[in-house]
Design a protein around this ligand. Structure first.
Ligand SMILES: NC(=O)c1ccc[n+]([C@@H]2O[C@H](COP(=O)([O-])OP(=O)(O)OC[C@H]3O[C@@H](n4cnc5c(N)ncnc54)[C@H](OP(=O)(O)O)[C@@H]3O)[C@@H](O)[C@H]2O)c1
Length: 260
């Protein structure tokens, strides 16, 4: 992995975000953000290493004013690796889900990703050019990005956005000093399943968040779309199946997962 100097990790209070903080080398300073300040401080303590600067900022990324505060602090911090990891979704029938929950999903998984990336990337590129180093951008999408997912409609569509947005940026930025990765994890052992309302909080055989974060960091500078672990071949191989059939099959599976 390249040696980035200062990383901003969103959603650093648990799961894959916390794993990114543990897996980055001790030479990378960290800015950790999430809503829960007590957990951010715990994570900062865990990530502390001799000579490493670790800063925390509590922010709700669905709120414009919190994103403004974060962008200002991240610019001062001279971030050169942006990890857009914070994300959430709610399992269930679209019409049974409160409108504000659906909107929060889009604000967090889509609007915040575009806003932070658009505002931080110019400074990251300028610093990379000035110092003759490379910047890095990771956007955490999902294997849910590869197909329409009934019972998780807004979440999967938001992750399809994240994937296509990141792939397009990687192409636009191919001659710039920045490594771009769309990370597409499958089920991973984090708080995500319990928060989303998965039956029993998750799926058997879910991946370790440390392995997922390590795969994404390894992918920087090597590949644009990173599907960690065993799902790589399935997710990236062409699907010779009518879309309607695939959506129907996923709908059956998701109703089972939701216990409906
Ligand atoms: N786990 C899986 O099976 C899986 C599979 C595919 C993709 N993913 C993706 O992986 C990413 C990380 O999720 P995870 O699995 O590590 O789940 P997690 O343990 O629930 O972590 C989610 C993180 O997002 C933060 N967050 C949630 N809402 C926020 C908000 N409004 N503003 C700011 N931060 C917010 C949370 O922090 P606070 O609660 O402190 O705000 C937390 O740190 C997400 O983008 C998710 O969609 C997960």
């Amino acid at each position: 992995m390249r040696n980035y100097r200062r990383a901003l990790i969103t959603g650093a209070t648990s799961g894959i975000g916390s794993a990114f903080a543990s897996r980055l080398p001790s030479t990378t300073d960290l800015m950790l953000t999430g809503r829960d300040l007590a957990r951010l401080n715990d994570e900062a303590q865990r990530a502390a290493r001799p000579g490493r600067r670790v800063e925390v900022l509590a922010a709700d990324l669905t709120l414009q004013q919190d994103r403004d505060r974060l962008v200002a602090r991240a610019e001062e911090f001279d971030v050169d690796l942006l990890i857009n990891n914070a994300g959430a979704g709610r399992l269930g029938r679209f019409l049974d889900s409160p409108a504000d929950i659906e909107q929060q999903t889009v604000l967090l998984n889509v609007v915040a990703v575009v806003d932070l990336t658009r505002r931080l990337l110019p400074g990251m590129l300028a610093r990379a050019q000035e110092t003759r180093r490379r910047a890095g951008l990771i956007v955490v999408a999902s294997t849910a990005a590869f197909a329409a997912v009934p019972m998780f409609a807004t979440y999967a569509a938001s992750k399809a956005f994240d994937l296509q947005f990141t792939e397009a940026l990687a192409e636009e930025l191919r001659d710039e000093p920045v490594d771009v990765v769309a990370l597409c994890p499958g089920a991973t052992r984090t708080n995500f399943g319990a928060r989303a309302g998965w039956r029993n909080g998750g799926l058997p055989g879910a991946a370790d968040p440390g392995d997922v974060a390590a795969d994404a960091l390894d992918a920087l500078g090597r590949q644009t779309v990173c599907v960690p672990g065993r799902l790589r071949e399935v997710a990236l191989s062409p699907v010779v199946m009518p879309r309607r059939l695939l959506t129907g099959a996923l709908g059956l599976a998701m109703r089972f997962v939701a216990g409906k």
